[in-house]
Each structure stands twice: as C-alpha cells, then as structure tokens.
Design a protein around this ligand. Structure first.
Ligand code: 3HC
Length: 287
C-alpha cells in the first residue's frame, strides 16, 4: 500500500490525511469544493507545526508530509489509491452516492470512518463488500492513539488484516468491534456525555461543576460537556439516535437539552456556542 485516498476534508478527513502523510503514504485528499480542501491543508500545516513545536515530529518529516499531500475536487483521482477512506458527512445516502461515483482498481480497499452507520449496510452500496471495512478514528486524529476496525458481514480476513497493518503503520493501536450500533467506544462514551447533559438539564450541577467533577473525580482529560462541544452536539445527537433506533432500547434516548441545543443551532465549538461560548479568547460556560 503506498497511496491513500481520503474523501472529505473536514475535522476527521484532514486528521486522517495528516497522519497518513506523516506515516509516509502519498495522500489524495478530496472535497466537493477546492476552498474546503485548501482550508484542510492550512489546518494540517498548523497541526504539523504544533507537533514540531512539541517535539513529536521533526521539521523535515512535517515538510515531507505536506509534499505528499495532493488536493482535488475530482473523485476520479482516487483511481490511483490502494486504500480509499471515506470521511464525508455522516449521512447514509451521501456516502452511498460517493461510493457509486468511484472508479477504483480491482485490488483497492475501501473504508469508511463512519461513527455509527452499519458497515454491512454501507458495504452493500459498494462494488466490493469483501474489500470494505469500517475504520473509525478519534478526534483529534493526530493525538488520539486508537483506531476501531469494524469488519462487515462480507469483509474478508485479508481486508481486516490489511486494516490492522495500516493502523500499525500510522502508529495507532487498533481494536476490533462488531458491526453493532456505535461500535465500542461511542457505545460507551456517548451515553456518558448524554447523561452529563441530563444532569445539567435537571439542575444537578453547573457546566463547570459537572466538567470539574469528571476531570478531577474520574481523571478524564476533558469534562463531558467540554467533550460534547468538542465532538459536536449534532454528531452526539445523531449517534444517540442511531443507538436508540438500532437497539430499540429507551436507555439511549437523547437528553431533551441536547435536542434543544441542536434545534437552536448551538452545536458546540464548531458553531461558536454549545455548553460554552467560544467567541471570546477563552471558552465561557453558558449555564
Ligand atoms: N493535531 C490536531 N489537533 C491538535 C494537535 C495536533 N497535532 N495538537 C493539539 N491539538 C488540539 C486540541 O484538540 C486542542 O484544540 P484547540 O487548541 O483548538 O483548543 C488543542 O490543540 C489542545 O492542545 P494541547 O496541546 O493543550 O493538547 P493536550 O495535550 O492538552 O491534549 C487532547 C488535548 C488530546 C484533545 C485531550 O484533551 C484529550 O484527550 N481529550 C479527550 C479527547 C477525546 O475523548 N476524543 C474522542 C472523542 S470521540 C470521537 O472522536 C469519536 C467520534 O466518532 C465522535
């Protein structure tokens, strides 16, 4: 494997392109608009500089990684790839349309970074269910050590093994999860974030007290409300709904306050407001 295609240059896509280029792969990063792909390159440049500053990458390695990155708006460019990773919007029909637009070489593997959509179902919209796999990264991708590998019903053992080898070359630790709603990490993490929002809505504690409680009382690097804002409240809501719909179990019902925030367009960091206001120099709690 030498060339990796990444489809979608948002938060996850640019992180995946970053770590793949840094690991020595040639990377083709595509998005629907060149301005978005260019913005992703700026983000990758900034994040590589952070790593150089922290001493976790050399300047030469960062420069070489950027030189291995090609931007495009043309999905036909992925014909050159040995592995294509889809990291587009978390929407099943958008993903299916992307898969159908690709012309890939016979040997090329296809992966999706979906955080919750069924892998077997997505595989059935491609022309290569045996070469298709879930490959779920965590935000921020350059810093988070984990990758979840989720084989679908038709994924071959060779494809799963190739995903493990790829994750290892990226310097990540891989775990394997069954194709079950939200897989392993989000299945356990998202109900905890949702519960923090229930607690806030019920007046059990303030934003700061809930976050401080879990940071200092459970040694979490970020409080749950900070992390919910970081992940995106719309993403969290969609994962809770996938779990609720996929299992039929009411224990996964989204917190009413989470639903209201998303309806208000308060999506967390990316919209400038969630449980904190991000429009000033420092985040300010909103409740
Ligand atoms: N590349 C990208 N982002 C970087 C970076 C790099 N090289 N270096 C730092 N950052 C980002 C951080 O996200 C944060 O953003 P900001 O500056 O824009 O506010 C900032 O830089 C923090 O930098 P620090 O140097 O202070 O980083 P820390 O060493 O304190 O670690 C952290 C930050 C690793 C994010 C830590 O707080 C942490 O582990 N938080 C929990 C993250 C987590 O749980 N992620 C999983 C979310 S679930 C998920 O992704 C699944 C999905 O499907 C929903």
């Amino acid at each position: 494997m030498q060339t990796i295609g990444v489809i979608g240059s948002g938060l996850m896509g640019n992180g995946i392109a970053h770590v793949a280029a840094l690991a020595g792969y040639d990377v083709i990063l595509s998005d629907v608009e060149m301005s978005r792909a260019e913005a992703a390159r700026s983000t990758i440049t900034k994040n590589l500089a952070r790593m150089v500053g922290k001493g976790t990458a050399t300047q030469d390695a960062a420069d070489a990684a950027l030189a291995r990155l090609t931007l495009t708006t043309d999905n036909a460019a992925h014909e050159a790839a040995d592995l294509v990773i889809e990291a587009a919007t978390e929407n099943e029909s958008v993903k299916a349309k992307i898969f159908q637009s690709l012309t890939l070489q016979p040997h090329t593997l296809l992966a999706t970074n979906t955080s919750s959509i069924g892998i077997t179902r997505l595989a059935s919209t491609t022309d290569r269910a045996d070469k298709f796999c879930g490959l779920h990264f965590f935000n921020p991708v350059p810093l988070m050590a984990l990758v979840e590998i989720i084989p679908g019903l038709a994924t071959s053992a060779d494809t799963t093994a190739a995903m493990h080898a790829f994750a290892t070359r990226l310097g990540k630790t891989a775990i394997e999860a069954a194709d079950s709603p939200a897989f392993i990490v989000n299945r356990i993490l998202c109900p905890m974030l949702n519960e923090a929002i229930f607690a806030l809505g019920e007046g059990v504690g303030s934003v700061v007290d809930i976050d401080t409680g879990l940071k200092l009382g459970a040694n979490h690097p970020m409080g749950p409300l900070t992390l919910a804002d970081f992940v995106g409240l719309d993403t969290l809501l969609s994962i809770m709904r996938v779990m609720q719909d996929g299992t039929g179990d009411p224990k996964y019902r989204p917190a009413p306050l989470l639903v209201r925030y998303v309806e208000a367009g308060w999506l967390g960091r990316k919209s400038g407001r969630g449980f904190y206001d991000y429009t000033g120099p420092e985040p300010v709690p909103t409740r």
